[in-house]
Design a protein around this ligand. Sequence first.
Ligand code: FES
Length: 102
Amino acid sequence: MAKVVVGKTAEIQEGKLEHITAGGKEILVTKLDGNYYAIDNICTHAGAELHEGELKNSELTCPWHGAKWDVKTGALISFPQKLKPLQSHKVVVENETLYVET
Ligand code: FES
């Protein structure tokens, strides 16, 4: 497991969707109610980049076909077919720097 820098915590804005590439994986990072969350950035349906989707509370809507994901856990909320969940990643804050574990 690798710990990868996302950026300074002050740069991560509430409700904004950030993304990084770490170890060949695309990871989406966001801040909700002061807490940080990280999940895979690639929709398991057909590969859309989820940071281009829309976030309402903790519900992230895929920009391509509208699957709804829980950005806190990576679980699928709704879609006409069953999809593999998105992997969620542990987030660590140290010295005002945000890291995700891949
Ligand atoms: S690619 Fe996300 S719902 Fe189709």
